[in-house]
Design a protein around this ligand. Structure first.
Ligand code: FES
Ligand SMILES: [Fe+2]
Length: 456
């Protein structure tokens, strides 16, 4: 449970809010590289952290992320032309480069245009392309100045370090506040209900379990894992803080003498890794980026440190599997708030717990159902909510730290992001540390040195 004030602090990310300032202390994903496929191609509107911006790719391939208002008389640069070296306003021809500098003012005599240009700029955020996504640092606007050296380094997340053929990247629209969507990713206890098949026999259960976990490698998620989650709906949570965030372990009874551990990561300010990947299998992650306080983009990525992704894996991610929903060309899930996620009551009676198809869709439906911004002042939390409580504490403390002028966790430690989450079966007597050592060779899941061989 949170006070009203803390719920506001956690969920509001506009400019000037504590959480908004925290998000703006990091590089954050703002769009996919594939959304700007061509140099000098069409600019696009981007709404992120409540700010309306324009993104464009210039002649050199650099991505600009700028305010849309032309400083001359306020025309929207969305209607401008993306020309050689910058965006030109369609009204009177002022032109701006990716750093927001005015580079041409054809309506003034050349002598005064040069002087005037030097004094005019639009807001522009520094951008980088990293792991198939465009990242922005929104804590500083270049306003036409050259980038200074004091930008933080990009987080060394493993999906961005592997060769391109080893990863798949996409995104999905979610119609609720970022924090409750992130909490859904951290709360790995819910699998026992939200994603559970319903069946009349164990054979039928096994079949439906496999359908429920499509898109995951069979070693990572199969009918045994789903059965263990059905039979033990009360995972025991352990949470550890590390330099970039939290590692969250949840153990369930597996077959006699063994525990099934699902270990997730939360990385500041808005990234989470799913808890199911078996060793050597494909990993999955999501980044919950506020569009505004009522909607968010969930950037989704899958990567295999050891091999290229297979055609089957990519096909399932494109059509709905693992963390990806079936979605349209604008990354809008086919099952969404407007159509009740195509909830089917007959399916709910006889096939699965929700009557909704797809793990990602089930997550979205239930998270959206908490409200556009979940009211956390009336909750009744229990032992399986420990991870959510730790997440809130981390976010609120970090926002306070930034407000007091301190560096937020991980911002200046890009290497601390080289961690993994995943699942494993361990002897029932092993504690969290022993399980982490056995599964990852490290107490918080840091990537071992030999994995570096695949980094470009
Ligand atoms: S309003 Fe843009 S150049 Fe006049
Ligand atoms: Fe889920």
């Amino acid at each position: 449970m949170l006070t009203r004030e803390d719920n506001e602090k956690l969920t509001r990310t506009g400019r000037g809010t504590p959480m908004g300032t925290l998000f703006r202390s990091y590089w954050v994903p703002v769009l996919l590289s594939e959304e700007l496929p061509e140099r000098d191609g069409a600019q696009m509107r981007v709404r992120i952290l409540g700010e309306d911006l324009l993104a464009f790719r210039d002649t050199d391939g650099q991505v600009g992320l700028v305010e849309p208002r032309c400083p001359h008389r306020g025309a929207d640069l969305y209607f401008g032309r993306n020309e050689h070296g910058g965006l030109r306003c369609a009204y009177h021809g002022w032109k701006f480069d990716v750093a927001g500098r005015c580079v041409d003012m054809p309506i003034l005599p050349p002598e005064s245009a040069q002087k005037m240009c030097a004094r005019v700029a639009i807001q522009a955020y520094p951008t980088r392309e990293w792991g198939g996504m465009v990242w922005a640092y929104m804590g500083r606007s270049d306003k036409g100045e050259d980038e200074a050296a004091e930008l933080p380094a990009l987080p060394q997340m493993e999906f961005a370090l592997v060769p391109e053929s080893h990863r798949y990247v996409s995104k999905k629209l979610q119609e609720c506040n970022w924090a409750q969507a992130a909490e859904g990713g951290i709360d790995t206890a819910h699998f026992s209900f939200l994603h559970m098949p319903v069946a009349r026999s164990e054979e039928e259960f096994a079949q439906r379990a496999l359908r429920a976990v499509r898109g995951y490698n069979a070693q990572s998620m199969n009918q045994d894992h789903v059965r263990w989650m059905r039979e033990d709906p009360r995972p025991r949570y352990q949470v550890k803080r590390h330099a970039a965030g939290l590692v969250l372990g949840a153990s369930r009874q597996a077959d006699p003498g063994e525990h099934y551990w699902r270990i997730a990561q939360y990385l500041m300010p808005c990234h989470g890794y799913t808890p199911s990947a078996a060793e050597g299998q494909t990993y999955h992650g999501q980044s919950w980026m506020p569009i505004d306080d009522q909607t968010c983009w969930i950037f989704c990525y899958s990567w295999n440190p050891e091999r290229p992704l297979t055609r089957e894996e990519v096909a399932s991610y494109q059509t709905g599997g693992a963390v990806y929903p079936a979605r349209d060309a604008h990354y809008m899930p086919v099952r969404n708030r407007a159509n009740q996620y195509l909830l089917d009551r007959a399916m709910q009676k006889s096939e699965n717990f929700t009557g909704i198809e797809g793990v990602s869709e089930q997550d979205a439906a239930i998270q959206d159902s908490q409200g556009r911004i979940a009211d956390r002042t009336h909750e009744m939390l229990g032992p399986t909510d420990i991870a959510v409580v730790q997440f809130r504490r981390l976010m609120l403390q970090s926002a306070d730290a930034v407000a007091q002028g301190e560096a937020p966790p991980g911002r200046d430690e890009p290497e601390a992001y080289r961690v993994r989450g995943g699942g494993t079966v361990a002897p029932a007597g092993d504690d969290f540390d022993a399980v982490m050592q056995r599964r990852f060779g490290d107490d918080v899941g840091r990537v071992r040195a030999e994995a570096d061989a695949t980094a470009p």
